[in-house]
Write a protein that binds this ligand. Structure first.
Ligand SMILES: NC(=O)c1ccc[n+]([C@@H]2O[C@H](COP(=O)([O-])OP(=O)(O)OC[C@H]3O[C@@H](n4cnc5c(N)ncnc54)[C@H](O)[C@@H]3O)[C@@H](O)[C@H]2O)c1
Length: 251
């Protein structure tokens, strides 16, 4: 039980990678605050976990809702030991000339500004626990992605934010790291594939991008987050950890 009686707040925790994180931490004894804009999915997920967990409905694109999610977590458990900034959106592939600048703000608000705001409101509480922050960035943060400039930029912002905040937080005993997945088998991935003429062929093509020959399972990402949240990684901060089955080596 590596997170017994400790508290983790997971944004976008209702499904996909976020749900994988919730399950992994709950198995290690954590109290999980499942923060998601999808109320019923968050409730269902929180109820499916063994232990004392809370579903919190919040749209992380809205600063007040982030503050309220932090306040509710503190009111419920009295502490926060780890924040996982996972909620994110990936707009359909669109070349720059077809994506107006105001649409870019929508992506940045969910994928990056939410991470900033969550850290802003959680930091006083993380100082009390000498906690950790884990940001779910992406391989695209360093490699780029065609027809996904806004998404890649939002993930790049998350990564450089991680490094800078790690420097600020070292004195407080707070470690800040990012996880850079390549392709993970999630509803987001399946929705994308099902928008194409041959979804199964698309998923096979994506699986083959990893030298390991498959996509990641959500709990494989969750276990890396657990590692970054515990003393097992006590000397690691400010890093962007590739969790990609070797994909970034063979791009
Ligand atoms: N799936 C992949 O291959 C992959 C690869 C690299 C990085 N990522 C990143 O991992 C994260 C999770 O991706 P996923 O594939 O699990 O996605 P997903 O769409 O399957 O799940 C995302 C969850 O976040 C929630 N969410 C989205 N916008 C929200 C908002 N504004 N407020 C609150 N909740 C919100 C959704 O309701 C959902 O429960 C994202 O940041 C994504 O960029 C995913």
């Amino acid at each position: 039980m590596r997170f017994s009686e400790r508290v983790v707040l997971v944004t976008g925790g209702a499904r996909g990678i976020g749900a994988g994180c919730c399950r992994v931490f709950a198995k290690e004894g954590a109290h999980v605050a499942v923060v998601d804009r999808d109320a019923s999915a968050a409730e269902t997920l929180a109820r499916s976990l063994t232990g004392n967990h809370t579903a919190i409905v919040a749209d992380v694109a809205v600063e007040d809702q982030i503050r309220a999610a932090v306040d509710r977590t503190i009111a419920t458990y009295g502490r926060i030991d780890c924040v996982i900034n996972n909620a994110g959106v990936h707009p359909p592939d669109t070349p720059l000339e077809k994506m107006a600048p105001e649409k870019v703000m929508d992506v940045l608000r969910v994928n990056f500004l939410s991470t900033y705001a969550m850290c802003y409101y959680a930091l006083p509480h993380l100082k009390n626990t000498r906690g950790t922050i884990v940001n779910i960035s992406s391989m695209t943060a360093v490699l780029g992605q065609r027809n996904s400039t806004a998404y890649a930029a939002s993930k790049g912002a998350q990564l450089s934010f991680t490094k800078s905040l790690a420097l600020e937080c070292a004195d407080f005993g707070i470690r800040v790291n990012a996880v850079l997945p390549s392709n993970v088998d999630t509803p987001l991935m399946r929705d994308w594939a099902s928008s194409l003429p041959d979804p199964e062929a698309a998923l096979s093509r994506i699986a083959a991008l990893q030298p390991i020959g498959r996509m990641a399972d959500v709990e494989e990402i969750g276990r890396v987050c657990l590692f970054l949240a515990t003393e097992d990684s006590s000397f690691i901060t400010g890093q962007g950890l590739h969790v990609d089955g070797g994909a970034s080596l063979d791009y």
